[in-house]
Design a binder for this molecule. Sequence first.
Ligand SMILES: [Mg+2]
Length: 362
Amino acid sequence: MKIESVRAFILKKPLDKPLATSKAELRERGTAIVQIKTEDGIEGLGEGVGVPNVIKEIVERNFTPMLIGEDPFNIERLWRKMFQRLYWEPKGAWVCAISAVEMALWDIVGKALDVPVYKLIGGLYRDRLEAYASDIFWDDVEEMAKRAASFVNQGFRYVKCHIGKGFGHDEVRVRAMRKAIGNDAELMVDINCGYDRPTAIKFAEVFEENEVFWYEEPLPPFDLEGYKLLKDYTDLPIAAGENEFTKYGFRDMFVKGAVDYAMPDLARVGGILEGKKVSALAESFNVVCSPHVFSTGILLAATLHLMASTPGTELFELDTTGTGVIDELLAEPLEVRDGYVYVPKGPGLGVQLGERVKRYLV
Ligand SMILES: [Mg+2]
């Protein structure tokens, strides 16, 4: 089997109301989608999360000539071919672009063999995953509390919120959300790298009082020493990883003892198999792997296949904002019941680029 064509698209969906975090506002849902076709007509889809136009350019200009004529089954070989450079780009858009291609290759292999991808990467360990509702974006205190309660009422035992604007803002929101969900549900806080070291340390006490389940990305991704200081200071589990790349980046994080939860994003870390390798590394350091998933149905499906086949992973991040392009890309509607997400059973990733998606493609 040979690869015949590689194409990349930008998927863009404008939002009526921006999704706000500590330092940024998401005004549209955007990503880069890669479509690879084989000579015998099999089509695979993948996605790269980051700067969509840069990822598209890297895939089309740099990777396409490396991939045409190659056997899509040789995933490790093709990964190396894309990763090894004269001037290395071991983090950032380059690796996001590799992730998109790698994901599409798995989709092709699954479709060619008529099996779901989880069967190719370890087999079924479980057919459903407990999910957390992601996310309660930054808003008024009352609005955030109301949304937290509504997710718990829908059956989720875990809800995550975006705060990180500091004193006078964050403590009142966390207290209101904790009150709104009661003591039987768990609350995660995501700072999106919005604190400095002293603020992160001071807020640890507020979060401890409110029994926060995990404390996500309090500091910038390059301050592993800061993460370690914070982890030594508080009993709160620390989570990070959506801004880390490849097994090499996570190795440094684990050796430093920086986190309790590792959050590789399969559309950034280097793809599905790289996520699997990070999970194994995490397990060997007694770190729980809980992949980051906040994009389209392609990343969502890829992450379900990984987590279905990988025991060291826990807690599926389910986009409950209603703003993502998810069902439009899935071959079968996603099954969510009582806070659990069910693993798709169709061939490949279980994704398709149908008519319903076309209006979002640029
Ligand atoms: Mg996050």
